[in-house]
Design a protein around this ligand. Structure first.
Ligand code: NAP
Ligand code: 3JN
Length: 335
């Protein structure tokens, strides 16, 4: 690393933004100056970071007039649509958490354990994938490399923290017996499973389901992989769980796949059913790894496998993944 970067966190007061700060501190991310930005609602708010008090500033067209090297954005798609290009035009490299730029041809969509090489061709904006996609990619990449992938079926069990403060509010109140003022969901989430994440599209899928399908193709670099998804919100505060059914191109020995996962970056295997060991949302919460268990053959097809994949959706699914990308940017910081 040549010098310490000037860093901006956009959306610093939100669920993902505050986790950005936690992860930057934990990983001792180097910086010269740090700027915290949010909407006018939070301008002037004080935030403590590494023992120092920072004042949140309002994000405006002039926010990037000062020298900033890296900006971590998590302020929604509309804010990214407007402000990421302004930042990039000022020479800032933006790591964006929204879906706004993910499928743009000249924007890399990166999971550092999977396609770190794509960071190098960024033109000022790098997209962080959807949280459900990120943990699936960490699991699928080693399978793709060793056996090839024909088809994937995702079924997700997603935590309410993926809906920000409003989702947490709906579950907390629902558990306390009050479903009268729902903020995030069309139905009570306490005691329910809602097969409805983001909006419904004309093809009958939700936008979350289509994000998983399209982002899988882009990150794995293969549009021929057949992918389908059902995404479901469940009454869990933190960590997304996913059942992933995969049809591989080549035959495999189950023990080789367990070994492959054990030796792949970012993965922890938790698979000892005799002792009731398998990944659990509550155990994954607060950590940065992707946990894989229930590894078993799918006897209904040739070369099929079922896995259960769990990760903290706000950390590995958002903040940690973006900070890992930013860590790679440190290597190419101009003098
Ligand atoms: P949140 O808790 O509601 O926080 C939203 C943040 O954005 C707040 O800091 C808010 O500032 C700021 N903001 C809103 N409008 C703004 C504007 N016009 N200008 C500047 N800042 C603005 O939401 P969250 O859960 O952190 O999620 C934020 C975004 O991250 C989501 O919209 C999504 O795009 C992305 N996200 C991605 C994933 C993923 O799968 N990778 C997961 C979750 C979220 P104020 O305090 O001033 O309102
Ligand atoms: O619902 C979840 O579990 C993940 C939510 C992600 C999200 C929430 C609001 C807006 C996104 C995203 O990252 O795809 C967006 C968005 O930017 O579209």
């Amino acid at each position: 690393m040549k010098r310490k970067p000037n860093v901006a966190v956009v959306g610093a007061t939100g669920v993902v933004g505050t986790t950005f700060l936690k992860v930057l501190e934990e990983r001792n991310f180097p910086f010269e100056n740090l700027y915290l930005m949010a909407s006018s609602r939070s301008a002037g708010k004080e935030v403590k970071f590494k023992g120092k008090t920072y004042i949140v500033e309002e994000l405006t067209e002039h926010s990037f007039d000062k020298p900033i090297d890296i900006a971590l954005f998590s302020a929604g798609g509309g804010t990214s649509a407007k402000f990421a290009p302004i930042a990039a035009a000022h020479g800032v490299t933006v790591v964006d958490n929204s879906s706004q730029w993910r499928m743009e041809k000249d924007v890399p969509l990166v999971v550092p354990e999977v396609n770190p090489q794509d960071i190098s061709w960024n033109k000022g904006i790098i997209a962080n994938p959807n949280c459900s996609t990120i943990q699936a990619m960490v699991a699928l990449k080693p399978l793709q490399d060793k056996y090839g992938i024909k088809r994937v079926v995702y079924s997700t069990y997603q935590a309410v923290s993926g809906s920000g403060m409003k989702g947490i509010h709906d579950l907390k109140n629902g558990l306390a017996g009050d479903d009268s003022h729902l903020q995030a969901y069309a139905h009570p989430i306490a005691g329910n499973c809602l097969p409805h994440i983001d909006v419904f599209l004309d093809n009958g899928y939700t936008k979350e389901e289509m994000k998983m399908i399209n982002e899988t193709h882009k990150i794995l670099g293969d549009d021929d992989i057949k992918v389908t998804a059902t995404t479901v919100r469940v009454p869990v505060f933190d960590s997304h769980s996913e059942s992933i059914n995969v049809e591989l191109e080549k035959p495999f020995a189950l023990s080789d796949i367990v070994e492959l996962f054990r030796n792949s970056p970012g993965i922890v295997v938790q698979d000892d059913v005799e002792h009731n060991v398998y990944p659990l949302a509550r155990d994954a919460a607060g950590t940065d790894e992707v946990y894989i268990g229930r590894i078993r053959r799918d006897f209904s097809v040739d070369n099929g496998i079922n896995i259960w994949v769990v990760a903290d959706n706000i950390r590995k699914g958002a903040a940690t993944n973006a900070v890992q990308i930013a860590e790679q940017l440190l290597e190419s910081l101009p003098d």
